[in-house]
Design a protein around this ligand. Structure first.
Ligand SMILES: Nc1ncnc2c1ncn2[C@@H]1O[C@H](COP(=O)(O)OP(=O)(O)OP(=O)(O)O)[C@@H](O)[C@H]1O
Ligand SMILES: [Mg+2]
Length: 317
């Protein structure tokens, strides 16, 4: 079912002249999950709306599904599953009816709808709550209904715009794990927009980092972290230590070493999930961050600390 989706020279200029998306080429391989990452206003929702057929590209751009030009095809004929920012469920309908809504709208008879809805309820583990209304659910449960509703009609392309935006951190993490398993099992082509770097890295086979209406870099999560194309991307997907003279490194490239060439002054230490993250005041006035090995002694605040640097891991911009 999953589609190969392509944007070819797709741009979007709004009526007031704002350029929501600059001319963009993007290929989504069938069954791949792409995480779209970038600051507020960089064009993420605009790109999704163009893929969905909720907005038309500027003249000259084309959207292709499996090589077929669908630029003129409206959203209801593109077989898209969507969970957008805010994921509005129908408040007066039960969970089961919400999930079956897309099938009902497409004229699928009840006898075929019911087993599909039951399957979706199992998938998102809400069988016991099928008869409730959205206002009788928790935020995470509502989120799972929205996901099941989008998936029920077996979409060729699943578009998720900040699906966990309204949830607290612990629930986000739990749903992230569930969603990753679900997407792997279903093998549906998917794009998920998130503000959260860790989420993008965890969910996407590929990550696309957007900036100012364009895709700044696309690659595997590892590529983007280890070989970022520019300073913006590097800083956006992880902590970046400025070593001066256009040289930067990740926290992992630094470790305490009395014989090391660098020296900083310890400004703070944070203990987090078994690891200690150390912040140092760098000689140039900036801040360096590194992580201590588990069990390694935490140096006192204000003390000087010499550091070794893994030269192979130095990034230059
Ligand atoms: N209808 C519109 N008219 C004019 N400008 C618009 C319109 N819709 C969006 N924009 C602008 O286009 C740019 C991209 O908007 P978009 O909604 O794609 O951003 P985003 O990356 O999804 O941001 P966020 O993370 O805040 O949701 C923004 O500068 C926005 O203000
Ligand atoms: Mg948006």
């Amino acid at each position: 079912m999953s589609v190969r989706a392509e944007l070819r020279g797709v741009a979007r200029t709004f009526a007031d002249g704002t350029r929501g998306l600059l001319p963009t080429d993007l290929v989504l391989e069938p069954g791949s999950v792409t995480a779209l990452l970038g600051p507020s206003g960089c064009g993420k929702t605009t790109l999704l709306r163009l893929l969905a057929g909720l907005a038309r590209p500027d003249p000259g751009g084309a959207v292709l599904f499996d090589g077929r030009d669908v630029t003129d095809l409206p959203v209801e004929r593109r077989n898209i599953g969507m969970v957008f920012q805010g994921y509005a469920l129908f408040p007066h309908m039960t969970v089961a009816r919400n999930i079956g809504y897309g099938l009902e709208a497409r004229g699928v008879p009840r006898a075929q709808r019911e087993p599909r809805v039951a399957e979706m309820l199992r998938l998102v583990r809400l069988e016991a709550l099928a008869g409730r209304r959205p206002d009788q659910l928790s935020g995470g449960q509502r989120q799972r209904v929205a996901l099941a509703r989008a998936l029920a009609p077996q979409p060729a392309l699943l578009l998720l715009d900040e699906p966990f935006g309204a949830l607290d951190a612990a629930l986000r993490l739990a749903l992230r794990v569930e969603l990753a398993a679900l997407l792997t099992a279903l093998r549906v082509t998917a794009v998920i927009v998130t503000h959260d770097q860790a989420e993008a890295m965890a969910l996407g086979d590929g990550v696309a980092v957007m900036e100012g209406g364009r895709i700044g870099q696309r690659g595997t999560p590892r590529d983007i972290y280890e070989r970022p194309a520019n300073r913006f991307v590097a800083g956006f997907v992880g902590t970046l230590n400025d070593l001066g003279e256009g040289r930067f490194c990740r926290p992992e490239a630094l470790r305490p070493d009395p014989a090391g060439p660098l020296e900083g002054r310890v400004s703070a230490a944070f203990f987090d999930a078994g690891r200690t993250r150390l912040h140092l005041a760098a000689p140039g006035g900036g801040e360096w961050v590194l992580e201590l090995e588990p069990g390694q002694a935490v140096p006192e605040r204000g003390s000087a600390l010499r550091l070794a640097l893994d030269e192979k891991a130095v990034l230059r911009f």
